[in-house]
Design a binder for this molecule. Structure first.
Ligand SMILES: [Zn+2]
Ligand SMILES: [Zn+2]
Length: 264
């Protein structure tokens, strides 16, 4: 095991112990309104969270029109086949994901993952057999980031999903970073742009004909999801899905323009 890996594991272990101690010493309470609750969120707070009601059938982006697909999906701009998210990334959700990711509230991570598992179970009932997923691939994370945070949130979500999905899946991170930070510093401008477009490389593994789900906490522009999906498809994956806790809604351009005009 390399020094970096052992540091990362020690940090993860400390993180885990801290979480377990908090969980043991403090009575369960809702992380939003602080009322007593056996779950990380009480029922009232849970019901207030924004879940996608009318969303794109391809990338799960919230839609305000009657269309079934967003403009990007209509033009075939995504490399993945379908995305599933549990929530819209708004208001309280931003706070919750921040508490999970950056403050190590793993109990919250468990709860959010369980909500995503519910969404996936409902979706699985409507899928054809050949669309069922074979393996989950957590979005890769640089070891320095993992060391700072103490854990890879995508790997954590994947493990939690496996606890709740009816058929447990294999979890395997299929990617690694092409270059470490020191190597990136040596790149010229053009090389940097090329590297930024595809910073991950696929590990040597036969994935031909497999259905893969890339797991992440958040989909914002879907740029990373598209990069990873493109590589998986090139390597022969039959189907690629994106599973995430939340999806950032597109800013309402008309509202923004009106606000900008008002300000000038
Ligand atoms: Zn509450
Ligand atoms: Zn879409």
């Amino acid at each position: 095991m390399s020094k970096n890996e052992s540091q990362s594991r020690a940090s993860s272990l400390l993180h885990y112990l801290q979480h377990e101690l908090q969980h043991y010493l403090l009575p369960n309470h809702c992380l939003l309104c602080h009322s007593l609750s056996p779950e990380a969120l009480c029922l009232n707070c849970s019901l207030k969270l924004s879940r996608p009601t009318k969303a794109c059938l391809g990338c799960d982006l919230r839609l305000n029109s009657e269309a079934s697909f967003c403009p990007e999906c209509q033009q075939g701009q995504h490399n993945f086949d379908q995305a599933y998210c549990a929530f819209d990334y708004e208001a309280e959700l931003k706070q919750l994901i921040h508490h999970f990711k950056d403050k190590g509230q793993l109990r919250l991570g468990c709860w959010l993952s369980q909500e995503l598992a519910q969404r996936l179970k409902q979706a699985a009932q409507q899928k054809a057999k050949h669309q069922q997923i074979d393996l989950m691939c957590p979005t890769p994370q640089h070891w320095l980031k993992r060391l700072k945070r103490g854990f890879n949130q995508a790997a954590f979500i994947s493990k939690q999903l496996n606890r709740h999905l009816e058929i447990p899946l294999q979890i395997c991170c299929l990617f690694e970073h092409k270059l470490d930070f020191n190597e990136q510093k040596l790149l010229n401008r053009e090389q940097r742009q090329i590297h930024a477009a595809e910073p991950f490389t696929l590990k040597k593994r036969d994935i031909r004909g497999l259905n893969v789900a890339i797991v992440d906490d958040l989909i914002t522009t879907a740029a990373t999801a598209n990069q990873l999906s493109r590589q998986l498809k090139r390597a022969g994956a039959a189907r690629v899905e994106i599973w995430a806790l939340a999806r950032t809604p597109k800013p309402n351009r008309q509202l923004k323009q009106a606000r900008d005009q008002h300000q000038t």
